[in-house]
Design a protein around this ligand. Structure first.
Ligand SMILES: [Zn+2]
Length: 142
């Protein structure tokens, strides 16, 4: 169920130019054309999924293994020891291309100007317990 206008599907077929730093039968890693830092790479499945949750579990595992391999190459190639890894899911996540899952590997450098430090808020009295129950009930039946 490929979407006609999906730019990532176009990258897979070669209709859209990209710098493919890694490719195998199932996965592709390309340079992001709008890099947050030099060496910013996106790893994704060749098959089009519109959600992180729709890719088969074994493929998701292999995707993260591929991301590890690519991240290692990014660190060595870009001569740094730091990166941030990001996955976007859902309309509030600032993603603009629905071809999932995309794993962004963003190498970090001294004074690179990026700030991934989200605000450090605090829970109100009793709120953490409520939030804990909302999530944990799906994981351990609390
Ligand atoms: Zn696609």
């Amino acid at each position: 169920m490929e979407e006609k206008k999906c730019i990532f599907c176009g990258i897979v077929t070669g209709d859209v130019h990209s710098h493919k730093v890694y490719e195998d039968q199932k996965f592709l890693a390309i340079l992001d054309i709008f890099p947050a830092t030099p060496g910013h790479v996106i790893v994704f499945p060749k098959k089009h999924y519109d959600s992180f949750f729709k890719i088969p579990d074994m493929d998701r595992i292999q995707l993260f293994e591929t991301a590890k391999k690519v991240a290692d190459a990014v660190l060595k190639g870009m001569d740094t020891d730091s990166f941030n890894m990001l996955v976007f899911e859902g309309k509030h996540s600032n993603k603009n291309i629905v071809h999932e899952p995309q794993i962004h590997i963003i190498p970090r450098y001294p004074q690179d100007g990026l700030n991934f430090n989200p605000p450090r808020n605090r829970y109100a009295e009793g709120q953490a317990e409520q939030v804990y129950r909302k999530i944990a009930r799906y994981l351990k039946g609390v």
